[in-house]
Write a protein that binds this ligand. Structure first.
Ligand code: OAD
Length: 258
């Protein structure tokens, strides 16, 4: 990575009054969590993750989808936030306002202490009733339930009819209204948006950088490959966020001390 390009991005960030950081699966790549659209290993290699993450897939084969999420949960539990996650926490001490809007369900931003994290797609460690029988969302603590895990997900302890599912947003489902509205408002109001590790093809998340761009914000990107966002980014740093974010934070510190 050319130092001059890193410095340009650091200079754009150091002046940000209202920064929004939009993160996707690439943010956790250097933690060892595979991204959504790359091939998986072993047992799950023959499944397309995007065809498992749907309400229809769960209705057709709840055990398959539940087992896929058990696999993802174990992967995340065996991984840890990377230096990129920590660098975003450090950024909060250097800039007036930093809000993270994430498509990730791994909880790594919250784990390292980022103070304002909007989770667009839910939290993989939580579960809820498939029918949201007690209202949206009807969270279920499965550690209190006894069931034969070999048969798939447990039954909701409230309605005793619907199955329990992960509390994540699937394809063909709408995002929680208040969460999406806040993300859209912040995208409209920010002066800089830093987009990290997303292919920019899943809406409405992929629309947020467009809102920022149309509202006059500077859009910056960190991604080793071009994405659906790259066209509107004034700078794309082609590399991993775990490697580049700490370098950028160091440069911002230097700029602020001179
Ligand atoms: P994707 O898997 O579509 O894209 C991951 C992006 O990360 C790609 O553009 C990679 O080039 C980039 N990348 C890879 N390694 C990286 C690294 N070390 N540093 C930075 N970037 C890196 O993931 P998302 O765009 O997050 O939604 O996917 C969006 C949504 O689609 C997910 O939240 C999920 C999925 O289906 C739902 O489950 C609703």
């Amino acid at each position: 990575m050319e130092k001059a390009k890193l410095e340009t991005v650091a200079r754009m960030l150091v002046d940000a009054q209202r920064l929004v950081v939009l993160t996707g699966a690439g943010m956790s790549k250097e933690s060892g969590v595979p991204t959504f659209r790359e091939a998986h290993d072993g047992l799950w290699a023959r499944y397309d993750p995007t065809s498992l993450a749907t309400p229809g897939a769960f209705r057709r084969n709840p055990k398959l989808v539940w087992d896929w999420y058990t696999y993802r949960r174990e992967l995340i539990a065996g991984s840890a936030p990377n230096p990129g996650h920590h660098a975003l926490v450090a950024l909060e001490d250097l800039l007036p306002q930093v809000v993270i809007v994430t498509q990730n369900v791994d909880g790594f931003h919250q784990q390292v202490g980022s103070s304002d994290v909007i989770c667009l797609h839910g939290n993989i460690q939580e579960n809820k009733c498939f029918d949201d029988c007690q209202g949206k969302p009807t969270l279920v603590d499965i550690s209190r339930l006894e069931w034969d895990a070999e048969t798939g997900p447990p039954t909701c302890p409230y309605c005793r009819q619907a199955l329990v599912r992960p509390n994540v947003v699937w394809f063909n489902e709408t995002l929680p209204v208040a969460v999406l509205e806040r993300a859209q408002q912040l995208s409209q109001d920010c002066d800089v948006m830093l987009v990290i590790g997303t292919s920019g093809v899943v809406y409405p998340a992929a629309y947020l950088p467009m809102i920022a761009h149309q509202s006059g914000a500077t859009v910056l990107e960190i991604n080793p490959s071009p994405s659906g966002i790259s066209q509107i980014a004034v700078q794309r740093l082609a590399g991993g966020s775990g490697e580049l974010l700490p370098l950028i934070v160091d440069l911002i510190r230097q700029l602020k001390s001179t």
